[in-house]
Design a protein around this ligand. Structure first.
Ligand SMILES: [Zn+2]
Length: 295
C-alpha cells in the first residue's frame, strides 16, 4: 500500500504543490438542483465530474480531489443515499483515476458529517468516527493516493476523521480546518486557534495541516503566516474566491482569478507547501496560480 506515499510529500520538499479548484461550487454552477446531493453526480453525471478533473489537470493541478466531500453515511442520509456509501466513493475515485496521469495524484476528499457534536448537537464522537471509517475504507479500497480531510469546523471531528483514516491506511493525510477572522484572531467556529488545531491534528496523525474555505485569498495571508509559525509540518492553504454574495438566494463568488493567484504567490512565499482553491474557484484559478508560481 502507498507507493506514492513518499513522492507527494517529497515533491513538496522541492516546490509548491498545486491542488485543484472547488468541486461543490463548480457542480452547483453546472446546474446541480437545490437540495440535490452533489455526490450523486458520481452516479448520474460521471462525465461532468471527469471534465472538471480534466480541466484542472490541464490547468496544471498536481492533485485532484474526488467528488466525495459529503460522501459519509451521516451526510448522505439526509439525501436518502445512506446505503450507497461504498458505491458513491468507489465511483468518485474511479472517475478521478481514469483521467489522472501517472505523475499526478488523486486525493480522497473527506468533509464534515454535517451534524453537531454534543452538547451543541446530538451526535457522539463515536458515531462520527464510524461514519468516517466507512468512507475511509471505501476510498482506500478504491486506491486513492492520499486523503484530504477539509473544511472541518470542529477540531474533535477533524481528529475523528484522521483517526478513521489512520485505522485503514498509511497513505499521506492532509487535514484542513476552516477559520474565520475574529477580533481575537483566526478561530474555528468552535473557538480553536490556529496553533491549537495544528498541534492536535499532528498528534492525531496528519502529515500536512492547513486551512480552507470561509475566507478569501487576502484573508488567508495572515492565517498562512500564523500557521507557518505554529507547526513544523508542511501546510496547505485553499481559500474561497472571496466572501460569498447572494444572487437570488444562491451564493456566488466574485473574486477574479488573477488577484487570487497574486495572493496565493504571497501565501506560498509565507511558507505554504500546498496551495489550491475552495468555493468559487475553478480550473481558471488553478491555471492562474500555476502561471503565477511556475511562469
Ligand atoms: Zn469552500
Amino acid at each position: 500500500m502507498g507507493t506514492n506515499k513518499k513522492s507527494i510529500l517529497d515533491l513538496a520538499k522541492n516546490r509548491v504543490v498545486l491542488f485543484d479548484g472547488g468541486m461543490g461550487s463548480t457542480i452547483v454552477s453546472l446546474g446541480l438542483p437545490e437540495g440535490e446531493c452533489p455526490e450523486s453526480w458520481n452516479l448520474t453525471h460521471s462525465e461532468a465530474i471527469a471534465k472538471i478533473h480534466r480541466k484542472n489537470l490541464e490547468a496544471g493541478a498536481d492533485i485532484i480531489e474526488t467528488n466525495t466531500f459529503g460522501a459519509n453515511r451521516l451526510r448522505l442520509a439526509s439525501f436518502g443515499y445512506e446505503s450507497r456509501v461504498e458505491e458513491i466513493n468507489a465511483r468518485a475515485v474511479q472517475i478521478a483515476k481514469k483521467v489522472c496521469p501517472e505523475d499526478r495524484f488523486v486525493a480522497g476528499d473527506v468533509g464534515p458529517c454535517g451534524v453537531f457534536l454534543k452538547p451543541v448537537g446530538k451526535s457522539s464522537i463515536d458515531e462520527l468516527e464510524e461514519s468516517f471509517l466507512e468512507q475511509a475504507k471505501a476510498l482506500a479500497r478504491a486506491q486513492v493516493d492520499l486523503f484530504s480531510i477539509e473544511t472541518m469546523y470542529d477540531l474533535r471531528e477533524a481528529v475523528a476523521a484522521i483517526k478513521a483514516v489512520r485505522t485503514v491506511s498509511d497513505l499521506p493525510v492532509f487535514a484542513s480546518m476552516t477559520f474565520d477572522k475574529k477580533s481575537k484572531g483566526y478561530l474555528t467556529m468552535m473557538g480553536n486557534t490556529v496553533s491549537e488545531c495544528a498541534a492536535e491534528l499532528e498528534k492525531a496523525g496528519a502529515d500536512v495541516v492547513g486551512a480552507n474555505c470561509t475566507l478569501g485569498s487576502d484573508g488567508m495571508i495572515g492565517l498562512a503566516e500564523e500557521l507557518r509559525k505554529g507547526t513544523d509540518l508542511p501546510i496547505i492553504i485553499q481559500p474561497n474566491a472571496g466572501k460569498p454574495k447572494l444572487n437570488e438566494g444562491k451564493p456566488f463568488y466574485s473574486q477574479d482569478s488573477e488577484s487570487f493567484a497574486e495572493d496565493m504567490k504571497i501565501i506560498a512565499e509565507a511558507g505554504a507547501n500546498f496551495v489550491g482553491g475552495c468555493c468559487g474557484t475553478t480550473h481558471e484559478f488553478t491555471r492562474a496560480i500555476h502561471q503565477r508560481l511556475f511562469g
